[in-house]
Design a protein around this ligand. Structure first.
Ligand SMILES: Nc1ncnc2c1ncn2[C@@H]1O[C@H](COP(=O)(O)OP(=O)(O)OP(=O)(O)O)[C@@H](O)[C@H]1O
Length: 289
């Protein structure tokens, strides 16, 4: 099999091709659910330490919410989970991130492989604005390093837009630019684009913070449906949202000038109604942060 030239700084991997071949061959085999286990993660920007030995087991098939006041390292932790932290000049880290038991930082593993398996949706919807809705979804195909035929792409676009809860709204205008959609629709388009490479984990960094309440609810419904096939880790400042969408919650905190750490984590219901630590109680009840 030969892969096409790829015009992004991604390279194709045998594994990515194999997974996608299964799909394209008509024998759709979803990658099995995978958990992420972060162990003793510390992080620095230059000399400044911003995370101190954070451990968190994000179980397969669950939504894990990361909550905590601004600046305590939630986004940094999330970026470490798919090797985006190392793209920042001067950024370093220690610890392990196991995806189904295998360290994504293992020297033998490709960076691009980790990024394909652990997708990311950002705070601000970032579709390619001039590119059509259709092409936005298939843009991720380049990750797999192979060309797909028209019928295959059509099926993928419909499937991913359906999963992202957008298909019915855009089915008759797939050739219109992604930038012409509403903010909430753009965010669901970004979710569809992420799904097209069949990630095993989807990281979401405040995915609804730029959306109105109605769009937020639609994205939340999408999250709840997606978790049946992709493990989700979400950063949110919205405590109602954490309660609505997550199964498990981790509360991050950083004292003045100190690196962030996890105060407590556990089932969402317990974190909100019977937290072990008074600081968790104060935070989830809006007494600080
Ligand atoms: N690129 C960077 N260079 C230097 N310091 C950074 C960088 N990004 C984040 N930081 C610092 O790292 C610490 C953790 O930031 P981070 O964005 O991870 O926190 P957060 O909990 O996600 O905050 P928020 O909820 O406001 O998004 C902060 O003190 C921040 O100033």
């Amino acid at each position: 099999m030969t892969g096409p030239a790829i015009d992004e700084p991604w390279t194709h991997t045998r594994e990515a091709i194999a997974v996608y071949d299964d799909y394209l061959g008509g024998h759709r085999r979803l990658p099995s659910l995978a958990g992420l286990d972060a162990r003793e993660i510390s992080a620095w920007f230059g000399e400044r330490q911003v995370l101190d030995r954070v451990s968190l087991d994000m179980k397969a098939g669950r939504v894990t919410a990361l909550i905590g006041p601004s600046g305590c390292g939630k986004s940094t932790f999330l970026r470490i989970l798919n090797r985006m932290h190392e793209l920042i000049p001067g950024a370093t880290l220690a610890g392990e991130v196991l995806l189904d038991g295998v360290d994504i930082y293992d020297a033998a593993r490709r960076l691009t492989d980790a990024r394909r398996q652990v997708g990311m949706v950002f705070q601000k919807p970032n579709p390619f604005p001039a590119m059509s809705i259709y092409d936005n979804v298939v843009a991720g195909l380049k990750l797999t390093g192979r060309r797909a035929g028209r019928a295959e792409k059509d099926a993928l676009v419909e499937e991913c837009l359906t999963k992202a809860g957008l298909w019915r709204e855009v089915a008759d205008r797939l050739r219109q630019p992604g930038g012409a959609l509403s903010g909430g629709q753009q965010q669901r388009l970004c979710i569809a684009r992420s799904l097209a490479v069949r990630p095993r984990v989807l990281l979401m960094d405040e995915p609804c913070s730029a959306l109105d309440p109605t769009s937020t609810r639609v994205v939340e419904e999408t999250i709840k449906e997606l978790v049946a096939e992709v493990t989700i880790v979400i950063v949110t400042h919205n405590m109602q949202q954490a309660q609505r969408v997550s199964d498990h919650c981790a509360f991050f905190l950083a004292e003045q000038g100190q690196p962030g750490y996890i105060v407590e984590h556990g089932p969402t219901d317990a974190m909100f109604h019977a937290p072990q630590d008074p600081r968790t109680s104060d935070y989830v009840n809006g007494r600080f942060g």
